[in-house]
Design a protein around this ligand. Structure first.
Ligand SMILES: [Zn+2]
Length: 386
């Protein structure tokens, strides 16, 4: 007979809950409902947090068991990125087929597999320890991949105002690089998009004294940023990185000096930086560089770090060691996650499946990894609540 966890995971994977479907977010709701129907019979109270602002539609879910003071949160998302060209997949991305010990499906590693593992672990835990003193909660986003409308942030805000308190949040994002147990993410870098516009004077390239080349000014400025280091990183974070993503002139002419140029720069920054220091880094050079510039910052998350001696993090490390014989590395690498919103309410870290196939064609997860991850989550509940 098929393992109960595997069956539930395949059911979840068969729902095509792709992010940003415009008005139709019914598949995201269906994924939330499947989880709800799984958790309600064991006593979880589920509450949908739908989003409909006239432009963006999605759904999200908060599920909670118990009313004891100590509240352990699992966080995750049930939206997935599009499959890309289905022809390139070995099997249909939403048929969740098993092959050579793997389940191949869009979203199995990022991160419906994580969600089904913690739901299953909670169910087993509640069955085994009926009278435990505490609560288990699950915060499930429907917009983590896109369109970033911050459902997790909103759920945290609303629930917190209503008096909800969490002791720790374990985000089930795929944190491991090669093997279950190799990496716990105990922090994340912050991110910012910086848009710079350069204004000059358009003219004929044979009459340069009558024009002012906007590209020349922009290149001079961006070159300064590329050659100037933000920092060298520290014990917990790599150095902050700056990448020019795009320089755009839109000049179709072969003899016209452009009067306008713009660029996009992306920064991933560590906890040595903050909004003010990043702005200073950019504005200082603008003041010293000839040209007429306009700059805009779009910050999408500040860095956070959960201390390595956090009680729950220590618990998880010990459990991973017992189950895998690996001492997990604590890491802050990678992009942002919904942990960036939760960190304002409680300590947070991430541990889930292996991330080597996420967002790719033939995204996959080992069946044995799902079973192992579920066991680790179960042990984490026991150690944290009993
Ligand atoms: Zn994810």
């Amino acid at each position: 007979m098929e393992n109960d966890l595997v069956k539930f995971t395949k059911e979840m994977l068969s729902i095509e809950s792709i992010s940003s479907q415009g008005k139709d977010c019914s598949k995201i709701t269906e994924a939330c409902d499947l989880l709800c129907n799984y958790l309600s019979p064991i006593g979880f109270k589920c509450r949908h947090f739908p989003v409909n602002n006239g432009k963006i539609y999605t759904d999200s879910l908060y599920a909670k068991y118990g009313s004891g003071k100590k509240n352990i949160m699992f966080s995750g998302h049930v939206d997935v990125v599009p499959a890309g060209n289905i022809e390139n997949w070995d099997s249909h991305p939403f048929s969740a087929e098993e092959k050579d010990g793997y389940i191949v499906a869009r979203g199995v590693a990022d991160m419906k597999g994580g969600v089904t593992c913690f739901a299953h672990a909670a169910k087993r835990f509640i069955n085994d320890y009926k009278d435990f003193d505490g609560s288990i909660s699950m915060m499930i986003a429907g917009d983590e991949e896109e369109p970033f409308i911050e459902t997790t942030k909103e759920m945290c805000e609303i629930l917190s105002k209503e008096g909800e308190v969490w002791d720790i949040a374990l985000v089930g994002e795929p944190s491991n690089s090669y093997k279950i147990g190799d990496t716990i993410k105990n922090g994340r870098r912050g991110g910012v998009e910086v848009r710079i516009e350069s204004f000059g004077t358009q003219g004929h390239d044979a009459y340069p004294h009558l024009a002012d080349n906007a590209i020349h000014h922009l290149v001079e400025l961006t070159n300064k940023y590329v050659n100037k280091k933000l920092d060298d990183g520290n014990k917990y974070f790599p150095s902050s990185s700056l990448q020019i993503i795009n320089i755009d002139v839109d000049n179709k002419s072969t003899n016209t000096i452009p009067g306008f140029a713009k660029c996009l720069i992306c920064i991933r920054f560590n906890n040595l930086q903050n909004v003010e220091s990043i702005k200073k880094f950019f504005n200082e050079e603008i003041e010293k560089t000839e040209g007429n510039f306009k700059i805009d910052f779009n910050f999408f998350g500040e860095p956070f770090l959960t201390s390595s001696d956090n009680f729950y993090l220590q618990n998880l490390k010990g459990i991973i060691k017992t189950n895998t014989n690996i001492n997990p590395e604590l890491s802050t690498a990678g992009g942002t996650s919904d942990g960036r919103y939760i960190k304002d309410y409680c300590d947070v870290f991430e541990f889930g499946l292996v991330n080597d196939s996420i967002h790719k064609t033939n995204e996959k997860a080992r069946v044995s990894d799902l079973i192992l991850l579920e066991k680790i989550y179960y042990d984490f509940l026991v150690k944290s609540l009993i």
